[in-house]
Write a protein that binds this ligand. Structure first.
Ligand SMILES: [Fe+2]
Ligand SMILES: [Fe+2]
Length: 271
């Protein structure tokens, strides 16, 4: 698919159930796009799928059936890395979906630079976590996984501002809150290799939240909307989960996500 457009290529990666091919295509497409070797879109592009292509395993089960077992034992660390690999895989598909779905929006080309950087880094994260899982004797697909993660994409498929509010500014910002303590627990358990993988992810995720906040603010400014109150309205109407403290206020603010955005949501948003 040498000459295919950015949209056609991201749709192909999104649809592909082979995870080596999906991530390779996402990364190759990011490089082609950064080097301005491909066009944004064409009328010949295929239709975007409702759900991403996924392998037969892992089985997807309701979130209540996915247990959290701490990090003390090897089995528990494999379960943690498996859950993390699943989150990173969803993040790959979410970044590809933002690019593929919103190529018809009136946004600068640099918007797609940002999201292709995210698609590339999420692919790298998935591969790093899966690799660590294999070193520990497991693999992605061995355990059941959470079936609710695509819900955020589905419920925001018609609105770019809603997508940015829910995906980078709620879900990825949550990663900034929980990752440092998880890293500490892994180090205490003596698993420095897994902690090192998490530290790469943590640094990159700050950038993903920043890209989300930048474009969310851009779209609000263009429509002359207050970004904090618009964020709250969009989250209330498009996100079902709770917003739980403690928040990593410093890392969030450094990414442009200030407490005025999310504090007001804490008491009112419940599952
Ligand atoms: Fe990630
Ligand atoms: Fe991310």
């Amino acid at each position: 698919m040498a000459e295919a457009t950015l949209r056609a290529r991201t749709i192909a990666a999104l649809s592909n159930p082979d995870l080596d091919q999906k991530t390779a295509l996402a990364r190759e497409t990011a490089t082609l796009w950064f080097n301005r070797k491909i066009a944004l879109r064409s009328p010949a592009d295929p239709k975007i799928p409702d759900r991403p292509g996924r392998p037969a395993k892992p089985a997807l089960v309701p979130p209540t059936q996915v247990k959290n077992r701490g990090v003390g034992s090897l089995r528990s660390r494999i379960a943690l890395l498996h859950a993390l690999a699943h989150i990173e895989l969803n993040a790959v598909d979410l970044a590809l979906d933002i690019v593929a779905r919103f190529t018809t929006q009136n946004v600068p080309r640099s918007f797609f630079d940002g999201w292709m950087q995210v698609a590339d880094e999420e692919s790298k994260h998935f591969l790093m976590v899966r690799n660590r899982l294999r070193e520990l004797g497991g693999d992605y697909g061995d355990l059941d996984a959470h079936d609710g993660l695509w819900q955020a994409a589905h419920s925001t498929r018609d609105s770019l501002t809603a997508r940015l509010a829910v995906v980078p500014l709620i879900l990825e910002a949550r990663g900034l809150d929980v990752t440092p303590s998880l890293q500490e627990k892994l180090k205490e358990a003596g698993d420095h290799e897994s902690a090192a993988v998490l530290s790469v992810i943590y640094e990159d995720e700050k950038g993903h939240v920043a890209i989300g906040a930048k474009w969310f603010r851009f779209l609000c400014a263009r429509e002359k909307l207050n970004p904090a109150t618009t964020f709250q309205e969009l989250v209330r109407s498009h996100f079902r989960g709770p917003l739980k403290p403690p928040f990593n206020d410093l890392a969030r603010a450094a990414a442009g996500l200030t407490p005025s955005f999310y504090r007001a949501l804490v008491s009112t948003s419940s599952a």
